[in-house]
Design a binder for this molecule. Structure first.
Ligand SMILES: CC(C)(COP(=O)(O)OP(=O)(O)OC[C@H]1O[C@@H](n2cnc3c(N)ncnc32)[C@H](O)[C@@H]1OP(=O)(O)O)[C@@H](O)C(=O)NCCC(=O)NCCS
Ligand SMILES: [Zn+2]
Length: 290
């Protein structure tokens, strides 16, 4: 009986067909957030998903976050050192890990919030990240008019929204990471648990298709970032979760104290040493002291 209820395996061909239906034709720059389980049974697992997407994109990007490297205080010592091959945290998923295991893929430097990318614009996407703007690779995708692909996951996995928060001027918290043997501050955002609050704002944007048990949703990065900025202008606390113990409550307090301070989107993202960079660094420090 159980066998009758079980969905047939999703093949490479079926997946490829669905990606084509979404409009992916090998020219787009795409960031992936995926749940493998959502497919039911995907033949070949995460490798199939990455292979199919590599063929249907010009650049394939994924968050490759590794939270064991994150430090709360400047006096903390890292439990684990970061390098190009550091394992991706389990809650980021198997697909990102498969991408990390591809020798041709480039990984950005941030010990906790690294991005992994392969293809035409991979270098551009990973090179623009800074400690003050860890989500700047999304800014590069914004410049490239790239896309977000959600495969069986909700907006809680939609990292692009953090870049929208950054532009809208949501205060960042300060955390620490070890870079070049030194513990240095980095901007760190509120959590993403309530990012589905943005859904009404984007309901007519994007395309979707189902394959196996997985809902694939494709959005333009520009649409999501712009929608996030619009939404936050109306409701600055609207993407913060309400869980008492979450760092979102610190961000909420900072917003109530000092409001939003919008930051510019810098094309080309050569923001190291620029005025906006030092302004952002000040915001990080202020957030840390609060
Ligand atoms: C958290 C998350 C990764 C969990 O999804 P998941 O499907 O359970 O996990 P993965 O995608 O890593 O896939 C591994 C699971 O797939 C299942 N699996 C293995 N082979 C499979 C196959 N061929 N077909 C289908 N599922 C398979 C396994 O059950 C495995 O789970 P296990 O290791 O517990 O046994 C996912 O919900 C998510 O959020 N992904 C996006 C994360 C992200 O980008 N976040 C951005 C930060 S804001
Ligand atoms: Zn939260």
């Amino acid at each position: 009986m159980l066998n009758l209820l079980r969905r047939p395996a999703v093949t490479f061909a079926a997946l490829d067909y669905s990606l084509a239906e979404l409009g992916l034709n090998g020219t787009q720059h795409v960031i992936l957030h995926a749940s493998l389980k959502s497919f039911g049974n995907l033949e070949g697992g995460a490798k199939t998903l990455i292979d199919a997407l590599e063929q249907r994109t010009a650049t394939l990007v994924a968050p490759a976050f590794s939270y064991a490297t994150l430090l709360i205080h400047s006096t903390d010592r890292p439990r684990s050192q970061f390098n190009r091959d550091t394992r991706v945290s389990r809650d980021i998923g198997r697909s990102a890990q498969v991408l990390v295991e591809r020798a041709a893929a480039e990984r950005s430097f941030h010990p906790t919030l690294s991005f992994i990318a392969v293809g035409e614009a991979a270098g551009q996407v990973v090179a623009c990240q800074t400690l003050e703007s860890p989500y700047q690779p999304i800014g590069a995708l914004y410049d490239l008019d790239g896309y977000v692909l959600l495969a069986g996951v909700d907006f809680g996995s939609n990292t692009t929204i953090h870049y929208g928060e950054y532009l809208a001027g949501v205060p960042a918290l300060t955390r620490y990471v070890a870079v070049g043997g030194q513990v240095v501050p980095t901007a760190f955002p509120n959590c993403s648990a309530d990012f589905d609050n943005l859904l009404p704002e984007v309901q007519f944007l994007g395309r979707q298709v189902e394959v196996g048990g997985s809902l694939l949703r494709l959005y333009r990065v520009r649409d999501l970032v712009d929608a996030t900025v619009r939404f936050l202008e109306r409701d600055p606390e609207g993407l913060l979760c309400t869980f008492k113990g979450c760092r979102c409550q610190q961000v909420r307090a900072l917003i109530r104290q000092d409001g939003l301070h919008p930051r510019p989107h810098v094309h080309g993202a050569a923001i190291h040493g620029s005025d906006s960079d030092s302004a952002n660094a000040d915001r990080v420090d202020a957030a840390g002291k609060a």
